[in-house]
Design a protein around this ligand. Structure first.
Ligand code: PLP
Length: 459
């Protein structure tokens, strides 16, 4: 367990971070109304709020930034970016967007020409679900049941339940299914991977019923590495080859490049070969993101993405990346802390329902555990549970989430194993005094997206 895969890079620029005293943290948390989103990042020692856009760029990326061509139309940087994405995906049409949700807001409404339609996914990510609903469609999740059995090992907990998916297609009729979305890795279920076999089966189903298959592939490279490690027949294949087979099965690729693209901002749309669909996407991109050769980004951002997408598929990098997550997960599991096991590609998900059975769901156990962890060591995680879910729009009641997660997301190429040791110690230490953790109630509750700006207090 003590073993780890050392980083395949050395550090050439540092950003100081500061450990605070418990007294200072108590003050910060109080001033932030017990909501970690309202704490300045300078008051955080180790920030595991998200792995999105929080990673470190390489010196190759920083050098590429200087070559940005800032032309409004047809910039050199666009062509370089386009060539890279074409070579990875084999797709014909590429459009940059400002981030993942930019790609969603362009594509998803175009797949939803009328009301009463459905998207089926292994599991919709929050922003994807939001854009499905904004487009007037309904979002259905069909992840395999093994995903919910957090203690039992399964190599591909992100898989789609193909039988369940087929049953929904039959129930709602293929014509009413706007698309099937495969989220790789399955972010909301713990960054759990999807197997090639599963993707192949879903692809066959989509083809049979003439339903477009979309890859929501923010972490396609991490998913490919799990396939290499865990699926028979892929041990000798390169990440590029594995990724290419994944892309062969899908028709449209949406990506938040803030994840496996190793950039601080950026996203993309790639379309396999549907020319008419590409043209309508281009038109919509102009209205919402920007001219289709820059998509809301600077030319330099496109340069950094072109380099980052390739570095994100480097096996030495991926081996270390996934090992950091495993390292933290195993330390916690070894100490008896309930987590989604095995851990996925970008974060450790801690089950706070089991840590704090004395806190009911509408007193937000995971939020309370996150606050306790911050007070303990200045580590910031994030609640993914009933706080995030909000209220039922019809009844006004709090919705109970099946899980109350504290997600500890690990930024790419940013922290060392020593930082992870501090995180593990802090989680173990609050676990040992878990009975003392108290639930939270609202002092102010915003009507939408309440977790970002809510003011909370202890009962
Ligand atoms: C992050 C993410 C998105 C949204 O991307 P943003 O860059 O945050 O807008 C969509 N889908 C998945 C699976 C993601 O992880």
């Amino acid at each position: 367990m003590g073993n780890f895969v050392a980083p395949p890079y050395r550090i050439k620029m540092v950003e100081p971070i500061k450990q605070t005293t418990r007294k200072e943290r108590e003050k910060y948390l109080k001033e932030a109304y017990n909501n970690l989103f309202l704490i300045p990042s300078e008051a955080v020692y180790i920030d595991l709020l998200t792995d999105s856009g929080t990673g470190a760029m390489s010196h190759f990326q920083w050098a590429a930034l200087m070559q940005g061509d800032e032309a409004y139309a047809g910039s050199r940087s666009f062509y370089r970016f386009e060539k890279t994405v074409k070579s990875i995906t084999g797709y014909q049409y590429i459009i940059p967007t400002h981030q993942g949700r930019g790609a969603e807001q362009v594509v998803l409404p175009l797949l939803t020409p009328r009301s009463g339609m459905y998207f089926i996914s292994n599991m919709h990510f929050d922003t994807t679900r939001a854009h499905v609903e904004l487009a007037g469609a309904r979002a259905i999740d069909c992840v395999i049941d093994a995903c919910f059995d957090i203690d039992t090992y399964h190599p591909f907990k992100g898989n789609m339940d193909v039988e369940k998916c087929l049953a929904y297609i039959k129930k709602y009729k293929a014509d009413n299914i706007a698309g099937i979305i495969m989220t790789l890795t399955n972010n909301s279920a713990g960054g759990e991977p999807v197997s090639m076999k599963n993707l192949r089966a879903v692809s066959a189903l989509a083809k049979k019923y003439h339903i477009p298959l979309i890859m929501d592939g923010a972490r396609f490279a991490e998913n490919a590495f799990f396939i290499k490690q865990r699926e028979a027949g892929y041990e000798q294949k390169s990440i590029r080859e594995i990724a290419r087979e994944m892309f062969d099965y899908t028709d449209i690729f949406l990506m938040s490049a803030k994840k496996d693209g190793l950039v601080n901002i950026g996203g993309l749309i790639a379309i396999k070969n549907d020319t008419a669909f590409f043209q309508t996407c281009q038109v919509r991109t102009v209205a919402y993101e920007g001219f289709p050769t820059y998509g809301g980004l600077a030319g330099r951002d496109l340069e950094a993405m072109a380099v980052g997408l390739k570095e994100g598929m480097n096996e030495h990098y991926l081996r270390h990346r996934l090992d950091q997550v495993r390292y933290l997960a195993e330390k916690l599991k070894h100490a008896g802390i309930p987590i989604q096991y095995p851990s996925g590609g970008h974060a450790v998900f801690v089950d706070c329902k089991r840590i704090c059975p004395h806190i009911p769901f509408d007193r937000f156990p995971a939020q309370s555990v996150c606050n306790a962890l911050y007070l303990e060591a200045g580590v910031r995680g994030v609640e993914i549970g009933s706080m995030l879910l909000g209220r039922d729009p019809e009844t006004g009641q709090n919705i109970e989430s099946p899980f109350e997660w504290m997600r500890l997301a690990i930024p790419r190429r940013t922290y060392t194993y020593a930082h992870l040791d501090i995180v593990a110690q802090a989680v173990i230490s609050i676990y040992e005094k878990r009975e003392k953790i108290k639930g939270l109630i609202f002092e102010y509750e915003p009507p939408v997206l309440r977790h970002f700006t809510a003011r909370m207090k202890y009962e």
